[in-house]
Design a protein around this ligand. Sequence first.
Ligand code: NAD
Length: 468
Amino acid sequence: MSNSHGFLADVTSMFNDAAEILALEEGLAEKIAVCNTTLTTRFGVRLRGKMYTFEGWRSVHSNHPSPAKGGIRFAPYANHEEVEALAALMSYKCALMDLPFGGSKGALKVDPTEWAPHEMERITRRFAQELARHEFLSPSQNVPAPDVGTNETTMIWIADEYRRMKSHDINASACVTGKPLAMGGIEGRIEATGRGVQYAIEAFFQTPEDVAKIGLDESLEGRTVVVQGLGNVGYHAAKFLSEDSGCKIIAVVERDGSIRNPDGLDIEALRKHMTDTGGISGFEGGEFDSGSALSDACDILIPAALESAIHDGNAHEIKAKLIVEAANGPVTYAANTILRERGVVIIPDLYANAGGVTVSYFEWVKNLTHIPFGLMERRRDEQGSRMLARQIENMTGCHFPAESAEPFLSGAREIDLVRSGLDEKMRSAYGEMSRLWNSSDDIPDLRTAAYIIAVKRIAEIYRALGIG
Ligand code: NAD
């Protein structure tokens, strides 16, 4: 990775491009750009017979609407600047998707692979205590979610620690999202970010003037895809694109190298191999080498690992026509300029990976209402459909075809409603970005369009509140 500019500086540059076009009044652009608060916490945990000190951060970039929302990552390389950059991205992402959240992000400097699960639980619970004690964790003020190195189990530990500290808070389970279903989670949260990437790509291919910019037609069938990172986001995106959308995943890049198969990789089998062996080498369904397939010829490149994967040192080599930023910040500001000049279209992170926070929003609402989505109406809708089917049968004298009876007659389950809500959010945000991008030569790309929409929304709130 090479990003001499820095991730935070990159996010600020992307913001500045939009703020300049919007011509915001003096002082307001700076107010929106800066991170409001960052908590740095250092705490000790007695493990393996001695005291270990851990360092973590939680940044609130904006809390114009509360709570502030954003993931928590556990990584040995985590640092304060990266957390602030990711928190800023969350503000813009929530504003773009029109979600009622400010932006936040957290990180703990720890390598989860170095500690046993019961040790990680103690470390996480101590971190959660620090966050709650400093008002950086609560259903009304700050709501974390999983990110790199954290998962559903991490979220249970955090929620449980919060519940113990605030036993009178009836909404305690809404203090984090990404929980398991049995512990207040929502159907479809684990797949949400990858599912959102699929919907984002479908939205792009359903927009003829945008697809024409990369010289393709509107069909997704047979499109070749390279994915970097087969973790939560990359795996789900690759799975849905190959299983539902007809794409061929011709290469996957992981930590240990790349695996290629021009006929399309079996993603389910590859993921199982990774879980069993810890890497992609040795997988029999493709050809492995220790290099990177990032610059292989393909229609769509999906960087879904970490930031700055595509930088000014390798941007010239990229052959993909479309890059979909499933990870946060995978294309540096300098690389973005090089790629744009080369005619590559980029679907930006603040939109492409917004599926996670969108479904987190549904989970948070579900926790606050204390009722699963679809519970009250499912059977009633089913009854209505059955009555309608009977009437049609009576009027036509024909039987309802058995193969379409089930989807037509059954009422929506929670997963159906979640996917429908996510599809709606992804499609409408894409439509807004695309219309703006195509409306003026001053708007050079989808990223600038996305930032303009987001910054305009935040600016309107600050003006209304009198902070502007
Ligand atoms: P994850 O830890 O599950 O997966 C990351 C994957 O990338 C792992 O398989 C890892 O082995 C691989 N990887 C790491 N370094 C690599 C490298 N140098 N080359 C190739 N592969 C490498 O994390 P995730 O939750 O899938 O998150 C991935 C990205 O998506 C991050 O940028 C994260 O901030 C972003 N994101 C995640 C969510 C979510 O819901 N999980 C939501 C929005 C954005």
